[in-house]
Design a protein around this ligand. Structure first.
Ligand code: EPZ
Length: 451
């Protein structure tokens, strides 16, 4: 494995010691870290993996039909592993061969998504719609908040109630039951365009009796991809990708063979990696249309971004123009790219305003970036980033998926060595990121340690 010239095994003693982190409870757990030596320019080609946020709802949708489903271009991620564990818990047979996942759908052994799985990944709530739509019942542990916010599921539940479900909350679980066993079509307006809420309601409505409409629906490409898969399974869904989705319920669905779209957030992350290192990188396998808002802001900052064949070529020449961003539901600038863009603005000549409107606590990367020398001030929902400060390598802590990715990006151009601890956060949503970056010339290596 390529990595720091001194090699991960000959890390300075302080690094090796620091990476083993005995948590306060005194228990022991593996603590993988990344060791990065900044200053390399990224050049070459990187293949973008399948979209995490499409794979998760699509795998859960396999609960709607018995038989052999085949899903291709499924990224190898911790969140996918958790979803597979959940499907197995529910009685599905799941086999994985690289990026191909085969699910043998059969009548569920259980309709309960237990706390020990849901606490690992709030997206486990995505079994709610398929279970209620198929079996008229589900018991799902409430996901609870997470590092980036409270993230309730009230809209998921209100939509199911509109279709005739009864909802009870008790002992940390949401119990959903449909008198008579089958949902009936209904018209529902989401109070906010919730991504997984829209996905749950599409799955539930697919087998309901009659027609449903979901107004103020999320328009993300991953929602559109799920509708594409459901229609291949025999559902009748129109309008996915717009703010109004119509679902004509059918009696039954059949299994599907489908290759999942590329991950636009992984792509955006690598675009920023090319830009902050002044590199020249071709991203393969991406759908440029899904990156419009990100490309527009990066071009405004002065990054060269062009379609090239079936890919996207990114050429960076720092310093950049200070550029403001406000996160919005798709097709606006994605909240999942906010932390990464903030790192790009650390290489701008001037002040940029980064405003987060989707989640209430999605600036966890700021204190860690400031420890690396970034000049960032938070005022309410806006972080003001003053570029030109040289970042220095430091020992930092990953907190949530995208915040952790931003620390990797900062380490790529910081002076000296950066050690990022608890990178299991990154492994949730980025497939082999250290290998992909190293193949582009980055000096990065995974350093495993056990408390
Ligand atoms: C999805 O989360 C994504 N996860 C998130 O990606 C992404 O950040 C988010 O959409 C926004 O784009 C998956 O698709 C698995 P929401 P989701 O419901 O569906 C509030 C990543 O990094 N809300 O669209 O949970 C909620 O609190 C992850 O890959 C309600 O109030 O997000 C939030 O403030 C992080 N009531 C806002 O809406 C509800 O019933 C948007 O949430 C539902 C949501």
């Amino acid at each position: 494995m390529s990595g720091p010239r001194n090699g991960p095994n000959r890390l300075q003693p302080y690094l090796r010691n620091r990476l083993c982190d005995r948590v306060r409870t005194g228990t022991r757990h593996a603590v993988d870290g990344f060791h990065i030596v900044g200053g390399e320019t990224l050049r070459g080609t990187v293949r973008i993996s399948g979209a995490k946020n499409a794979a998760l709802p699509i795998l859960c949708a396999s609960l709607l039909a018995d038989g052999e489903h085949v899903f291709r271009n499924v990224p190898q991620l911790r969140d996918v592993d958790t979803t597979i564990a959940l499907l197995r818990h529910l009685g599905q047979q799941v086999a994985r061969e690289g990026s191909v996942v085969r699910v043998r759908g059969q009548p569920a052994r259980s309709v309960e998504a237990p706390y020990e799985l849901v606490k690992q990944m709030r997206a486990s709530v995505l079994v709610l719609g398929p279970l209620v739509g198929r079996y008229g019942e589900a018991r799902v542990s409430l996901p609870g908040g997470c590092a980036i916010g409270a993230r309730p599921i009230d809209q998921h539940l209100a939509g199911l109630q509109a279709m005739g479900a009864e909802v009870r909350l008790e002992h940390g679980y949401v119990h959903v039951r449909v008198p008579g066993g089958r949902l009936r079509g209904a018209d529902f307006r989401c109070q906010i365009p919730t991504v997984t809420g829209t996905e749950n309601l599409m799955c539930a409505a697919a087998l309901a009796a009659g027609r449903s409409t979901i107004a103020n629906a999320a328009r993300e490409p991953e929602v559109e991809e799920l509708a594409r898969v459901l229609n291949k399974m025999g559902a009748r869904i129109e309008g996915a990708g717009t703010d109004t989705i119509t679902v004509h319920g059918v009696e039954a669905l059949h299994p599907v063979d489908h290759a999942i779209i590329a991950d636009r957030i992984e792509a955006g992350t690598f675009m920023v990696a090319a830009a902050v290192t002044g590199g020249d990188v071709l991203l393969e396998g991406v759908t440029f249309d899904h990156l419009e808002a990100v490309a527009e802001r990066m071009r405004a900052a002065g990054v060269a971004i062009e379609r090239e064949g079936s890919g996207v070529r990114v050429v960076g020449r720092p310093p950049y123009r200070p550029t403001d961003v406000v996160t919005e539901p798709y097709p606006g600038f994605p909240t999942d790219m906010q932390a990464q863009f903030m790192v790009l603005m650390c290489r701008a000549r001037g002040r940029s305003a980064i405003t987060e409107t989707i989640f209430e606590n999605r600036f966890m990367h700021v204190p860690e970036l400031c420890r690396m020398g970034a000049c960032i001030e938070i005022r309410g929902k806006t972080a003001w980033v003053s570029g030109e400060s040289r970042l220095q390598g430091a020992e930092v802590m990953a907190t949530d998926l995208r915040a952790s990715a931003s620390l990797v990006l900062a380490g790529l151009f910081a002076e000296g060595e950066t050690v990022i601890r608890r990178v299991y956060h990154i492994d949730r949503g980025y497939e082999r990121i250290e290998h992909k970056l190293a193949a582009l010339g980055a000096r990065i290596a995974r350093v495993e340690g056990r408390a």
